[in-house]
Design a protein around this ligand. Structure first.
Ligand SMILES: C[S@@+](CC[C@H](N)C(=O)[O-])C[C@H]1O[C@@H](n2cnc3c(N)ncnc32)[C@H](O)[C@@H]1O
Length: 360
């Protein structure tokens, strides 16, 4: 790929798409592993399991092209450990034609990146997971998994449980319409939701469902993210990591963008939300979302639910916001004398030794 041939910013301020999100995620992820002189891993793998042909019918670049663009960007930036770490990108799709198209596109448009190995194959998701189990289960390699399923229900309960067990693995998956349909039809959800077609509730239920699949003795950070399409439909992504920094980085980058935070979105005038439903709200990117989050955070502090900064950080992650979003509430409640602590903003880098919260 030639140096200037890529979009430096994955998001141009228009409607935020699923592809921007994947790209932001890759952009945030790479430097975590390559920007320090002592690289934490000798090998990085990016798996795009539902890669597609490299573009849609309107020739909009797809996830493989965006991943390569972000790798090229990292190469151009001269990240200090770039040359020391082996980097392998896997583009998989079960459709042979699409894979052939992708291969040709990468060659023709000279999209490959120096020093990055490409593994492009027609293979289905489940077989790929089996075949690459030795890589996915290897705690000495860092992995990112992008699961852009569309119309298929690839992340079954068993697959989800596998994903959360892989060490050093961050993943992001798209809640397909089939998956959401499954939740829509669920009797418990039907009972609870007055408007069964309301994607807001359906997404929340889906997120909660996956969260409940995590064994209680397991540390997994799961974060939701929802996006409004041009059509007005809302779709959801769930990202997960065994490490709080993985998710935190992603949220930070995503929220840096004013357009995302400022997008007038679907819950602006929503009136039928009960207080107790707010805690696990999906990460809706609207200013109102911040005030809803702040109210929930205040309430949680008042109920003394947090004992240290990582509890607060986890609450932020699960609400789809950054730790910085907790700053105002922490400041106000400290002033009101509700608790004392030695931090203004929780810092996930302290996850092994979090600073305590002392209630007064
Ligand atoms: C939404 S498209 C992917 C789009 C792509 N990520 C992009 O950005 O352009 C979903 C892709 O998944 C592929 N697919 C569907 N079921 C699959 C499976 N079980 N295993 C692997 N690929 C599958 C389809 O051929 C299709 O190309």
């Amino acid at each position: 790929m030639k140096g200037g041939d890529f979009h430096d910013k994955p998001y141009d301020g228009g409607t935020l798409t699923k592809l921007n999100i994947f790209e932001l995620y890759v952009q945030a992820w790479i430097p975590v592993f390559l920007s320090r002189p002592e690289a934490p891993f000798q090998e990085l793998h990016i798996f795009d399991f539902f890669a597609g042909p490299g573009q849609d019918t309107h020739k909009v670049p797809g996830s493989p092209v965006r991943i390569l663009q972000q790798l090229q960007r990292s190469l151009n930036q001269g990240l200090v450990s770039w040359g020391k770490v082996r980097k392998i990108v896997h583009f998989f799709d079960f459709n042979k034609e699409k894979i052939n198209h992708l291969r040709t596109k990468i060659t023709k448009e000279r999209l490959s990146v120096d020093d990055v190995e490409l593994d492009i194959r027609d293979i289905d998701f489940e077989s790929a997971l089996k075949e690459y189990d030795h890589v996915l289960s290897n705690s000495r390699t860092a992995k990112m998994l992008i699961i852009d399923q569309c119309g298929v229900d690839a992340v079954s309960d068993d697959i989800f449980k596998k994903l959360i067990c892989y060490p050093r693995t961050d993943f992001i998956f798209f809640l397909s319409s089939n998956t959401l349909h499954r939740f829509r039809e669920h009797p418990a959800i039907k009972q609870k939701i007055p408007m069964p077609d309301d994607s807001y509730h359906i997404h929340r239920a889906a997120f909660q469902y996956y969260k409940n699949l995590i064994p209680s003795d397991m540390e997994v950070y799961l974060g939701p993210f929802s996006i409004k399409k041009d059509t007005g439909n809302i779709y959801g992504l769930i990202f997960g990591s065994r490490h709080p920094l993985g998710i935190h980085k992603f949220l930070e980058v995503a929220w840096k963008n004013d357009q995302i935070a400022g997008e007038a979105n679907f819950d602006v005038d929503r009136e039928n939300i009960k207080e107790d439903e707010l805690l696990l709200d999906l990460g809706v990117m609207v200013p109102k979302k911040i005030s809803v989050f702040e109210e929930a955070l205040k309430e949680a502090f008042k109920q003394k639910l947090f004992s240290h900064e990582m509890d607060v950080a986890k609450f932020c992650i699960e609400s789809g916001v950054t730790c910085k979003h907790a700053e105002n509430v922490i400041k106000d409640l400290k002033k009101e004398g509700v608790f004392q602590c030695n931090f203004r903003v929780p810092n996930v880098r302290n996850h092994k030794n979090p600073r305590p919260i002392k209630y007064i």
